[in-house]
Ligand binder design. Structure first.
Ligand SMILES: Cc1cc2nc3c(=O)[nH]c(=O)nc-3n(C[C@H](O)[C@H](O)[C@H](O)COP(=O)(O)OP(=O)(O)OC[C@H]3O[C@@H](n4cnc5c(N)ncnc54)[C@H](O)[C@@H]3O)c2cc1C
Length: 482
């Protein structure tokens, strides 16, 4: 396989507009950064700057003094060297899906245009650029009968997602975290060097980046394994929120017995009135039970059957589907959205925990939240991979996650309610968190620490101190060096 060069057409067109503007300003309008400045950069006020710093989650604000629109690893190296010379922090952004820190100053490296995807059918693997999103990746792998451990949303960036672990609602319990299947990565570290990390080379870095995320440098290409999956028996069954006391305990008991080929979650979801869904669910608070089974559809239907009888069903969307339709399991919003999130990990989901969720998020509650979700872990997610990584808390039983979508005037209310929910679930919390679900309200290093097992955290700090002692890559969920 060669370097990922191909850029998907839509991104290229979008980047073309931005790059065109940057080029036009390359002369008189350019600040005096010298001849070694990155080639494709924007300054505040430049055409395209506002678009380049905006991400999926609009609660994060980014005001870098320079944006680098990277097209390849060399652009990334130049940006990092430039930041190093000027003592500036660096933020990397592919899609802006994750709410971490808002900031002013520093350098933002946009990897959106580095969205190359190269499938190698022979080794059942793919090499992706740091701007590649799951939708195009699935479209590229499907003709080969192969699929990766995609996240719930088609527009999440595969690299950011995988470096945070990568918890897939498709077949995560069958094959573990996406990062468990990474075989090679290229990364530009704070010294501007492009390093290759594999299970044999740069072993500490290879361990740390898989789970430790954007703290160690900017990943410019990632290779990971694919699986022989063409179809899923998958989707969501929606019940009225009023049936939660019947649905949630039944789901939990059912989930405890299903094979690892079933990945599942349950959530209170407030369906927007304008959602492209049938009328009976639009504008309603529902309980959504999400299921994904890898195997024969008849076997999937047999496994799912008990769920269909636990309460009146508003909408049954669980069916055989091509893998490329997996986004229908969660039907995540397209964005951009102002989303406030909080998260934790649960050791179990006893009746009392379910009653608490129902009281605070169910029918008749005052909940302003758009989503209150538990995802079942276990299976391969609970086992160390062949090549260990920094991904922590493999013994947790469920993730707990809530999102409120709010304009600025309702921000206080939503944040306070998310806080209330997290506090109420505390008795069942392991104290840990899953790094990909950490939010802007959980970006303090003490919160980030929660995402790792104590020994792993110490090792992460050691690796960080070695490769980024000045903490250049701190504009993220940061692991500070010693
Ligand atoms: C709608 C939605 C659905 C989601 N579903 C899932 C899910 O099912 N499972 C799951 O595990 N997560 C899920 N997530 C969380 C998601 O995986 C994280 O937000 C992830 O960080 C997104 O990566 P990104 O590149 O798209 O985002 P960005 O916001 O662009 O990047 C987020 C962070 O990723 C790191 N990063 C990104 N690119 C690089 C790079 N090239 N080198 C080094 N670090 C980098 C940096 O730390 C950066 O701050 C979801 C998020 C949303 C908004």
């Amino acid at each position: 396989m060669t370097e990922p060069q191909a850029i998907d057409r839509r991104t290229l067109l979008r980047a073309g507009g931005v790059l065109g503007a940057a080029g036009a300003l390359g002369g008189a309008g350019a600040p005096a950064y010298g001849t070694t400045r990155p080639d494709h950069w924007l300054r505040p006020g430049d055409e395209g700057y506002a678009e380049a710093v905006a991400g999926f989650n609009t609660t994060v604000t980014r005001g870098p003094e320079a944006v680098v629109l990277a097209r390849d690893a060399r652009d990334v190296q130049k940006a990092v060297r430039y930041a190093g010379r000027h003592g500036l922090p660096v933020c990397v952004m592919a899609t802006g899906h994750q709410a971490s820190v808002s900031f002013e100053g520093g350098v933002l490296v946009s990897t959106a245009a580095m969205s190359g995807i190269q499938v190698d059918e022979r080794s059942a693997s793919v090499r992706v650029g740091p701007g590649a999103q799951w939708g195009p990746i699935a479209e590229a792998t499907a003709p080969h009968g192969l699929a990766g451990l995609a996240g719930s949303s088609v527009s999440v960036g595969a690299v950011g997602y995988t470096l945070g672990g990568g918890l897939s609602p498709t077949f995560g319990r069958l094959h573990g975290y996406a990062s468990d299947h990474v075989s090679r990565l290229e990364i530009v570290t704070a010294d501007g060097e492009l390093r290759v990390a594999t299970p044999e080379r740069e072993q500490d870095l290879f361990w740390a980046v898989r789970g430790g995320k954007g703290n160690f440098g900017i990943v410019t290409s990632l290779d990971f394994g694919l699986f022989d999956v063409r179809t899923l028996y998958a989707g969501a069954i929606l019940y009225p929120a009023e049936a939660a006391a019947d649905v949630l305990p039944a789901w939990r008991d059912w989930a405890a017995e299903v094979p690892e080929s079933v990945t599942t979650s349950a959530a209170f979801v407030r369906i927007p009135p304008e959602a492209p869904l049938p009328e009976q669910v639009r504008g309603r608070l529902v309980v959504s039970v999400r299921v994904s089974f890898v195997g024969e559809a008849t076997e999937g239907a047999r496994i799912v059957e008990p769920l269909r009888g636990v309460a009146p069903v508003l909408l049954d969307g669980v069916e055989e589907m091509p893998f490329t339709d997996w986004g229908r399991i969660h039907s995540d919003p397209e964005g951009p959205i102002p989303a406030y999130e909080r998260t934790g990990l649960l050791g179990g989901l006893p009746d009392r925990a379910i009653e608490t969720m129902i009281a605070l998020a169910g029918a008749g509650s005052d909940s302003p939240m758009a989503l209150v979700e538990v995802r079942q872990l276990g299976g391969a997610l609970g086992r160390e991979p062949e090549v260990p990584s920094a991904v922590g808390h493999r013994d947790a039983a469920f993730t707990f996650f809530t999102i409120g979508v709010a304009p600025p005037e309702r921000e206080e209310e939503v944040r306070a309610y998310a806080d209330l929910l997290i506090g109420a679930m505390e008795p069942w919390s392991t104290g840990g968190a899953y790094v990909n679900f950490l939010s802007g309200d959980e970006a303090d290093p003490a919160d980030v620490r929660r995402a790792y097992d104590p020994q792993a955290y110490e090792r992460l700090v050691s690796v960080k101190s070695e490769v980024d002692g000045q903490n250049m890559f701190r504009l993220t969920h940061n692991i500070p060096p010693r």
